[in-house]
Every structure is written in C-alpha cells, then in structure tokens.
Unconditional design. Structure first.
Length: 179
C-alpha cells in the first residue's frame, strides 16, 4: 500500500470542492481560470459488451470498453473548444440551457495516482451530477473522472480530463453542462 501525503489529499479535496461550486454557481469565467492552456477534455461513448464476446474476463476492464468506442467521443475539446462552450452558455444562445439548469455536482472518491515527469499528478474521482430544468425535467449522471492536474502558483490547473459516464444511454435531454 502506498501512503498518500495528507496535505496533497487535502489540497485535492479543496480543489475539487471549489471546482464543483464554481460550476454549480455558473461562474464559468472563474472555472476557466483553473484550466490549463493545453487542456484536453474528453467524454467518450461507452458500450455494453455481450458476455459471449468476452474471451478473457480477467483482462476485461473499463479501458477495453472505451477502446471499442475510441473513435466516437461525445465531447472532445481543447482550450478553444471549452472557451467556445462557455461563451455559448453565457451568451443566451445555448437554447438547451435557457433558462439555465440548476445543477449540483458531488465529487467523491478522490484518489491521487501517479506523479508525472512534468510535476503533474494523475487524479481519479467519482462524480454525481444532478441537473434540473423544471418540475418535469430532472436527471442524474454518474461518472469516473481521470484528470491530470499541474501545479501552478500554489494551486492546480486542469490539463486533461477524461469523463467516463456510467451509462450507455444518457437519460437527460442533453449533455450541456460541464462535467
């Protein structure tokens, strides 16, 4: 078992709590400041696999499910793409978000992974996202997030985010919120 530095874990918990609050409060301008200029933000599709198609259950992982869907991404943004997405959300022209959704993101199971050569740290987390657009339109989404955070000015910047949604069919009307 590897021991995790308590201060690092506290810093990560604070970073993720603040990120969730900024997004829930629709402070996209401040959230964008936590994003690295070389960001890669991806949400792949996920497929169920028939049991008969699995030859080695010991090697069957989520990564293999994603490898099957690697050419179909629901979202594949760089910094310009995320900036455009944010600009649309704030412009009044994002019809899927008029009026804006009420959201709540709960981030849990924060687990630091491998330290990177550039000083970054891989971080795994679980996300529960709630979205409400009135009395009849509510949806929940759960996902695993695999992030790469880079240290910057006593804080972190998000360099890479892979959001692995825990379903193959989205139950909500759209995927218009930042995960």
């Amino acid at each position: 078992m590897t021991l995790v530095d308590a201060q690092l874990l506290a810093d990560l918990h604070y970073w993720y709590a603040r990120e969730a609050r900024l997004l829930d409060e629709r402070r996209y301008d401040l959230w964008l400041e936590t994003v690295d200029a070389a960001i890669r933000y991806q949400v792949p599709t996920r497929y169920f696999t028939a049991q008969a198609d699995i030859t080695d259950f010991g090697a069957w992982t989520v990564d293999r499910e994603l490898a099957q869907a690697s050419d179909v991404l629901l979202i594949d943004d760089d910094h310009a793409g995320i900036s455009k997405r944010i600009e649309r959300l704030q412009s009044g022209m994002a019809w899927a978000e008029m009026p804006p959704s009420i959201t709540r993101r709960i981030v849990s199971n924060i687990e630091p992974g491998e330290a990177q050569e550039d000083g970054g740290i891989e971080v795994f987390s679980a996300l529960l996202a709630f979205k409400s657009r009135g009395p009849d339109e509510r949806s929940f989404l759960t996902a695993q997030r695999r992030d790469l955070l880079l240290p910057a000015d006593g804080d972190f910047r998000l360099r890479r985010r892979l959001v692995i949604i825990d379903d193959t069919v989205l139950m909500g009307e759209n995927l218009s919120i930042v995960l």
